[in-house]
Every structure is written in structure tokens, then in C-alpha cells.
Design a protein around this ligand. Structure first.
Ligand code: ZN
Length: 260
């Protein structure tokens, strides 16, 4: 079985960036998104993502920051409540400035736990700013897994698949991420599904049971490339030997099985 750990990093404050920021990058967006800029923030896509995943019977993980540029993480209270009620996982999207500092990590975790009224078990560092002493700190703080490693920006190889256990923390390297696919790998949106297919075939050739970690940022759904989200997850769930799930569900599966 090929397990897909599906996650979304919530990088932006709820209101999204200033209109100016979007207009400066308007070639990235669909015309529809630009036309309705005054009434609809194109970075806000929670309902669409939840609808897509609901319709396919899958649940993913959402990683929230506690430090937003010109914004407040508390603005996401309703979204977080809805996600947890619906069975999605909420994890911490740790600030890159907190990585080396135990107390800062603790502070961010506590803040998110007060908001979610749930224990936070998952971490991913914003900008994938991994540090080798991070797992030990995460373990002490009661986290179960982390997913902040990517060895290269433009390769999809076996180092970016599977998992390792470091200082008692499951570490999931990132196999496929929207941003790198479009920038460093220069993959056209029409070739996205076939890129996922190729990656899956490569993974199948390596092992019968494998884990592929996928990041699709919540803010890209109305961008060129990013809008292919639905096609990609539809393709994945159509495969008989693929299961798409949240990070914590992958961990639960790993804890139950000996086949890895
Ligand atoms: Zn991020």
C-alpha cells in the first residue's frame, strides 16, 4: 500500500495579503480570482478544500502558525473548530525563529492547544527550517511527529519518501509540494497529475509499503497550478493501492503494523 500523508500549511493570516501583493503577482492567478479581488480574498480556500476532501472521503492535516505577519492566529478560531469537529488534524506550523529555542516552541504549542482545546502532536517548520536538535525538543514537549525535511529543492527521489524515527519523533520528509513543483521543478499544471503518477510508480518500484508526504498550501487553490488540487487528489484516491490520510493517521497505522 502507498500511503499519502496529505497536509496543508496555512502560511498567511486569515485576511490574506494586501491587494497590492496579489496584483504584483497577478499572472499567477486565474482571471476569475483577479476579477473578484474586491469581494473575495483568493488566499482563503478552507470551504473548498474541506468540500473536496469530504466528497472524496479523505481527511488531511492543517498546520497553523501562531505568528502571522500583520495578522493574528486567533482569527482562525472558527476554521480550526470546524476542522477538528470534522475529523481533520490540526498541527503547529512552527515559526523559523522558534526552531532553536525550547521555550519558544513550548509557547507556540501551548497557544495552539488553548485555541484547539486539543493536544497538538504534529509539527512542521515554516520554510522547512529544520534543525537536527529539533526532534529531541519536540519529543520532550509531547509531539509525536514532525515533517520539516526536504533534502533537495528539485529532486523527487527515495530520500524524500518514507519516514525515519529520530529521537523518538517520526520524521516525514516532504515528497511533493506545490511550491517546489512550480518553481524549482518548473512543472506545468497540465503535467501535474502525470508527475504524481510517475512519483507513485517510482515509489511502488521501491517498496510495497511506502509513505509519500504531500503539501498543498491552502492559499494556492485559485492560482494556476494550485487549482489542480482536486484533479490530483481525485487521481490519488482512484488508485486501488493508495490511501490518503492525515499525518496522525499515518502514525497510528505505523504503530499498528510491522510491515515497514
Ligand atoms: Zn509555511
Amino acid at each position: 500500500m502507498q500511503y499519502i500523508f496529505l497536509g496543508h500549511d496555512v502560511d498567511w493570516r486569515k485576511q490574506g495579503p494586501e491587494k497590492k501583493h496579489i496584483l504584483e503577482r497577478k499572472e499567477r492567478f486565474t482571471q476569475e480570482a483577479i476579477d473578484s479581488l474586491d469581494t473575495k480574498n483568493p488566499y482563503y480556500n478552507f470551504p473548498e478544500i474541506m468540500d473536496i476532501e469530504d466528497s472524496l472521503g479523505i481527511k488531511s492535516s492543517f498546520f497553523f502558525r501562531t505568528i502571522y505577519e500583520n495578522g493574528d492566529y486567533l482569527d482562525y478560531e472558527n476554521e480550526i473548530t470546524d476542522l477538528i469537529k470534522g475529523g481533520w488534524e490540526v498541527g503547529l506550523h512552527l515559526d523559523p525563529q522558534s526552531v532553536l529555542d525550547y521555550n519558544k516552541i513550548k509557547d507556540e504549542k501551548t497557544k495552539l492547544e488553548l485555541l484547539t482545546k486539543n493536544q497538538i502532536l504534529a509539527n512542521r517548520v515554516h520554510f522547512l527550517n529544520y534543525d537536527q536538535n529539533l526532534p529531541e525538543k519536540l519529543k520532550k514537549l509531547g509531539f509525536v511527529y514532525d515533517s520539516s525535511i526536504r533534502h533537495s529543492k528539485d529532486q523527487i527521489d527515495k530520500k524524500e519518501m518514507g519516514y525515519s524515527k529520530i529521537d523518538g519523533i517520526y520524521e516525514f520528509p516532504i515528497t511533493l509540494m506545490d511550491a517546489y513543483l512550480f518553481t524549482h521543478m518548473k512543472i506545468h499544471e497540465d503535467d501535474l497529475v502525470s508527475t504524481f503518477q510517475k512519483t507513485l510508480n517510482y515509489s511502488r518500484s521501491l517498496r510495497d509499503n511506502n509513505i509519500l508526504t504531500m503539501i498543498w498550501h491552502d492559499n494556492v487553490l485559485q492560482m494556476k497550478g494550485g487549482r489542480k488540487y482536486k484533479d490530483i487528489v481525485e487521481f490519488l484516491v482512484s488508485q486501488n493501492d493508495v490511501k490518503v490520510m492525515s499525518g496522525i493517521n499515518v502514525v497510528e497505522m505505523l504503530n499498528k503494523t510491522n510491515s515497514f
